[in-house]
Design a protein around this ligand. Sequence first.
Ligand code: SF4
Length: 358
Amino acid sequence: VSTQRRKRSLAVPDENHRHLASKLTRWFRRNARDLPWRRADVRGGYAALVSEAMLQQTQVSRVVESFRAFMARFPDVDALAVADEQDVLAAWTGLGYYRRARHLHRAAKAIVADHESTVPSDPGSLGALPGVGRYTAGAIASIVFGRRAAIVDGNVARVLLRLHGRPLSIDDRDTNRWVWAESQRFVDAASDPGAFNEGLMELGATVCTPRTARCDACPWNESCVARRDGIVDSIPKSRRAGKRMVIHHHSLLLRRGDLIRLEQRDDEGLWASMWQVPTIESSRRLGVADLQAAIAATGIALVPDAPVDRFVHLTTHREVRFHVHQATTRRRRGIWLTVDAALERPLSAPMRRIIQMA
Ligand code: SF4
């Protein structure tokens, strides 16, 4: 009973949201990292749209350089909207998950067509743009336009679950609903919703990190239930890793002099619209005879040795097993490029490896 009472009295009561929000905002103003999209001369709806798209699933350190180059190439929403998609994808090189680049491009077109080239300020209109989910809409609406819009991503959920000492999984639907409601309570209590939200992201990214939280440096450490109870490392509860689907990609290196043959992938699915050497996909590994039969009609012949390379590439949902073969053809049609020119095209990371090997 005494433990229950102690826990209840230390849990975060509603009246504390204002106090904690202001503590975090002050901490953020003192500790904010100097990131290019935060600079006064760049800051705005378009820069936020670009940086948020890049930051989804990519580390800040990798985004910094790409962001500068992208903004130099496409300085505003109009420049991006009229750009060729292949140029946009090329400017995305190194960031991976090219679907985000395609969405960003479509979002720019929609902003030009429907919002007079001005990034909208309300979460509803932002959320209607391609690739802009609830988190991104809330981040842009609050940080750029000062709206009281909540944000929740993995970082935010972890911080709030730890603050309240809740050892739950972020993937659980009820937990997710609770985290959004709690995030909204904070943003409603904050005097500056944008600075508070940025502070919350910053805390999750730099202090309340998944493995080694630096609680001594945390502005919320006096109120944090997980810290008090010594359960920081068990929050959030880890999810069971889903099983990846195994697929086989048989990639064919065709050479003519110093040229190699390239083709573009379908505009749907894995690595959509990106470039590759001719590749046969299957659910099982094809032996040389099966593979030769599969490509017979294309006029391509395998060089009948073992594959020149084999490796596995993991994506979120797939295990892609690559088998790289040398092949020949007498046919000249198709797209033939030097290795350097091929490397300029939007390529997946494994395809970049294969072409570099060529
Ligand atoms: S005290 Fe530690 S666990 Fe709690 S919010 Fe701060 S960094 Fe995270």
